[in-house]
Write a protein that binds this ligand. Structure first.
Ligand code: MG
Length: 381
């Protein structure tokens, strides 16, 4: 990390534009303060202790969960996002606990089998309001986790819920009250939410590259066309002239993340100092994000994303996996839609007070990959 960033080192005090622990918009159900944990520490802890969080362990990130012990799962991805975002939050004197709570909860709503699962479930739900994993994360923390006697959901702070809602189609935003307003008015969320959002992209672009290598679908000769990798690889080779290719590739990916995150911190710091928003609500009044990469790094990062789409996500072997995932999700959806009585207790439309399709989608979205496959095998032909 450069000198410039270190000059902005931690003082323990939040920047004026950070979300403060004391002036938040609070929880839907009033609760007394905790003696030694702040509101966002409590939110983080509630996320970590919820059942949906534990299920992330057996959900696909990109490679099917269980295909190999070293591939990322939704859980390890979530931890990498939190690590990147917390580093930046600390350097920028933003609210680290809020940032962490948002990161740890950001993928709670993902159905099994990664994006293929999300696309399939959304298709099944066409005509019933669709399925979107961000909205599902909000449903989980607002309603579906039922472990507290005083309320449904986790009763998280408004700022944490704001951060979980990364995207939202306008037609859904209208139903979300003040949480949905920013999508209708095209405004930004808090800096902590912006940071969690971009840390997610940085984490998956780099770890998908790493997992792509492990899977054998990507090699050094493919990746060298990506400028970020090329630069980092050359630097690693100069620094470690005797090192073998495998460790140089790993060092290159490490160098890429460091370059992108350092640029994010420095660019954001400059943007914040020049915009100098008076408080977090002044951040929310803006149309453009203040947490950002420089134009050069943004272009390089976008090039990496395009490379991954072309060479990894649309690889024929990946497409085969997507096809299997689609079959599992569609079969399960049709089965439970036709036989809602087969939904386990607590998941039926009458228990959940939901229309049938939504109750079925909630149940399927909550499944891990392995549970979904097991249920699929049990569905009568
Ligand atoms: Mg994510």
């Amino acid at each position: 990390m450069t000198q410039a960033v270190w000059r902005w080192k931690r003082t323990g005090e939040l920047a004026p534009w950070a979300v403060s622990n004391t002036h938040g918009r609070g929880r839907v159900h009033r609760e007394s303060e905790h003696p030694y944990r702040g509101p966002f520490q409590r939110d983080r802890d509630r996320v970590i202790h919820c059942r949906a969080f534990r299920r992330l362990m057996h959900k696909t990130q990109v490679f099917v969960a269980g295909a190999g012990d070293h591939f990322r799962t939704r859980l390890t991805h979530t931890m990498e996002v939190a690590q990147i975002a917390r580093t930046a939050a600390a350097c920028l004197n933003l609210n680290e606990h809020l940032t962490e709570a948002i990161c740890l909860g950001h993928d709670l709503g993902h159905p099994p089998f990664g994006h293929a699962g999300q696309a399939a479930l959304n298709r099944c739900m066409a005509g019933h309001g669709g399925f979107e994993h961000n909205l599902q994360a909000l449903r989980i923390v607002d309603r579906l986790e039922r472990r507290y006697p005083g309320f449904d959901g986790l009763n998280l702070c408004w700022e944490t819920r704001e951060g979980l809602l990364k995207h939202c189609p306008r037609r859904h935003a209208k139903a979300l009250g003040d949480l949905g307003e920013r999508f209708l008015e095209r405004r930004q969320p808090s800096l902590e939410a912006q940071l969690a959002n971009i840390a997610d992209e940085i984490a998956y672009n780099h770890h998908d590259l790493d997992d792509g290598i492990r899977s054998g679908l990507l090699g050094h000769d493919d990746m060298i066309e990506v400028r970020l990798y090329q630069d980092a690889y050359e630097q690693a080779r100069r620094r470690h002239p005797g090192a073998g290719l495998r460790s140089l590739m790993a060092e290159a990916i490490r160098g890429m993340i460091d370059r992108v995150v350092s640029n994010l911190i420095e660019t954001t710091r400059t943007a914040l100092e020049s915009a100098a928003p008076e408080h977090s609500d002044a951040v929310r009044a803006r149309a453009e994000p203040l947490v950002r990469l420089s134009a050069e790094l943004q272009a390089l990062h976008a090039e990496l994303a395009r490379f991954l789409r072309r060479r990894l996500y649309h690889h024929p072997r990946m497409e085969q996996e997507y096809e299997k995932a689609r079959t599992v999700i569609e079969t399960l959806f049709s089965f439970y839609f036709e036989h809602p009585g087969q939904l386990p207790p607590g998941h039926g439309p009458e228990d959940a007070g939901e229309e049938k399709a939504r109750a079925v989608a909630d149940y399927i979205a909550g499944m891990t990959d392995r549970f979904a496959r097991r249920r699929f095998r049990e569905v009568p032909a």
